[in-house]
Design a protein around this ligand. Structure first.
Ligand code: ZN
Length: 182
């Protein structure tokens, strides 16, 4: 049972961490004043932060399916910037993303088969709700950065960078240098 496995792993983890916490204090404000917006891809777990040289306590990390801008991404970035001291944002999409071109038809069929009310599905535009971005990852990164820059709730006086991450090699490629904008 996965739940039991995870709870047991957590018990061991907490015992080990209790000893470490006595040695150093980690706060909830990001030490590097950085927020990262990336994808929920499983290959980025234990991969993205070490590939960037980031440690616990140094950055806010916001993730969703596909690194696509939604209301909650704006909300999380706004909280990070206005309340938690973030002064720099990095959009980090990744190659081989499972949400690049999501199959809205398959999604609809599976939702119906699992008991989602057909009327609810009819009342929404599933394809735009799913928000794929097509085959051009560079364009995707640039568009996400532009969406953040254009959003009326976010400030214009901090840099928004755009980068592309390879989940296999760990290589990070600069697409938009936020220091050169505006
Ligand atoms: Zn992805």
């Amino acid at each position: 049972m996965l739940l039991r496995e995870i709870l047991e792993a957590n018990r061991d983890f907490v015992q080990k961490l209790e000893r470490e916490i006595e040695e150093r204090e980690i706060g909830k404000l990001p030490a590097k004043k950085l927020a990262i917006f990336s994808c929920m891809d499983t290959r980025l777990v234990e991969m993205l932060e070490p590939a960037l040289g980031l440690k616990r306590g140094e950055a806010k990390v916001i993730k969703n399916a596909g690194t696509v801008v939604t209301d909650d991404v704006i909300r999380s970035l706004a909280v990070a910037i206005y309340l938690l001291g973030v002064e720099e944002v990095m959009v980090i999409a990744h190659l081989d993303c499972g949400v690049a071109q999501p199959d809205a038809g398959a999604m609809r069929q599976r939702m119906l088969a699992r008991g989602v009310d057909p009327q609810v599905l009819e009342s929404m535009e599933l394809k735009s709700w799913l928000k794929g971005f097509g085959p051009d990852y560079y364009r995707h990164v640039r568009e996400v950065v532009d969406e953040l820059l254009d959003n009326p709730l976010l400030p214009k006086d901090i840099p928004y960078h755009g980068l592309l991450f390879c989940p296999d090699t760990g290589h990070l490629e600069l697409v938009v240098n936020g220091y050169e904008q505006g």
